[in-house]
Design a protein around this ligand. Structure first.
Ligand code: HEC
Ligand code: HEC
Ligand code: HEC
Ligand code: HEC
Ligand code: HEC
Length: 195
């Protein structure tokens, strides 16, 4: 009886369990396909905001607007209030700034379109990467030179693992003041990214 139960567990339940886990991955993968279009994705935004102008020419630090990257798994997109720190004065007569001011005064959040998007079953954490010294450009390319943000790097599982296995050669740009030597290899066990 006991042997039968062990046999039953291994031969019947384990394959079923593995099948269910894989089926869930595959189904979520296809269901979320529309929202994560990958390299080349460059959606038109509700306000014609330029990273090249603000982060490039004016050299506003990425963290001024994406202020959560060091403390949170998600990198926030700034609210209109952050823009209004300057745009209560700067270029208030321009059509796009009138639009911005309209969102702000009516209290309607700007519905920015997502550029990068992992499927729900994959977990990513900004603060872990950024605090270790990895510059945004390693994963997002040269955003400071983009008029419209475009996904330029592949976020496939292979791309994550390539860097996790060989961070010394894959990480190109280190944040000034951080020490490349202190960066360990990244995790490769399934449960760190699929939880
Ligand atoms: C003045 C504010 C501001 C600054 C400075 C800024 N950003 Fe942004 N960022 C935004 C806004 C607003 C959006 C959403 C609209 C868009 O995609 O252009 C955004 C979007 C993004 C996205 C795409 C998010 C997604 O949906 O996938 C990335 C990546 C990004 N920024 C990286 C950077 C980097 C890297 C820097 C510094 C070189 C930077 N940003 C500087 C305001 C800012
Ligand atoms: C630190 C100050 C500052 C912040 C913060 C800022 N801007 Fe600007 N922005 C400027 C200045 C200054 C200009 C004009 C630059 C020029 O024309 O040389 C400008 C120009 C623009 C323009 C072009 C206007 C035109 O047609 O000439 C748009 C659109 C714009 N900003 C949107 C935004 C949005 C949206 C945000 C928030 C995500 C934002 N800005 C945050 C300072 C800022
Ligand atoms: C190790 C790679 C990596 C680094 C470094 C990185 N990002 Fe990201 N970023 C990603 C991934 C992956 C996503 C998609 C996350 C998701 O869909 O859950 C993303 C998404 C975003 C988003 C959209 C909101 C979100 O959190 O999903 C913004 C904004 C962003 N990144 C800004 C930045 C900025 C600014 C920096 C530098 C301070 C930075 N990122 C550094 C990989 C990275
Ligand atoms: C450019 C290199 C690079 C890329 C690309 C990258 N990672 Fe990482 N990641 C690392 C390194 C290095 C670490 C370990 C940092 C340390 O502990 O020193 C890490 C750590 C992690 C951790 C551990 C977080 C924790 O809580 O301990 C997770 C989860 C993770 N990465 C997920 C991802 C996912 C998902 C992707 C792909 C979308 C990705 N990473 C892409 C370099 C990278
Ligand atoms: C460093 C993070 C990371 C680790 C570790 C990881 N994965 Fe993934 N995995 C991802 C990401 C990100 C995706 C989504 C890729 C995409 O959007 O195409 C993914 C996608 C998948 C998919 C969907 C099909 C595919 O290939 O895109 C399966 C199945 C999967 N992973 C299984 C596993 C298994 C089993 C392990 C352990 C051996 C594992 N993953 C380890 C990040 C990781």
């Amino acid at each position: 009886m006991k042997n039968f139960l062990i046999d039953y567990n291994l031969k019947v339940r384990l394959p079923i369990l593995i099948f269910v886990v894989l089926a869930v991955f595959v189904i979520t993968y296809y269901m979320s396909y529309a929202e994560r279009v990958g390299v080349g994705h460059m959606p038109i935004q509700p306000i014609n905001y330029s990273h090249k102008l603000h982060a490039g020419d004016m050299k506003i630090d990425c963290r001024y607007c994406h202020s959560d990257v060091e403390s949170s798994s998600k990198a926030n997109v700034p609210s209109a209030k952050v823009c209004m720190n300057c745009h209560t004065i700067a270029r208030i007569d321009r059509p796009e700034i009138i639009k911005l001011n309209d969102y702000y005064t009516r209290g309607i959040p700007i519905e920015w379109n997502r550029v990068h998007q992992l499927p729900d079953f994959a977990y990513f954490n900004h603060s872990v990467h950024v605090n270790k010294g990895m510059d945004c450009s390693n994963c997002h390319g040269d955003v400071a030179n983009m008029e419209v943000v475009e996904q330029v790097k592949d976020f496939s599982m292979k791309a994550c693992l390539d860097c996790h296995r060989n961070p010394e050669t894959t990480i190109k740009n280190i944040i000034p003041g951080k020490d490349r030597q202190l960066i360990n290899k990244g995790p490769t066990n399934c449960s760190t990214c699929h939880r």
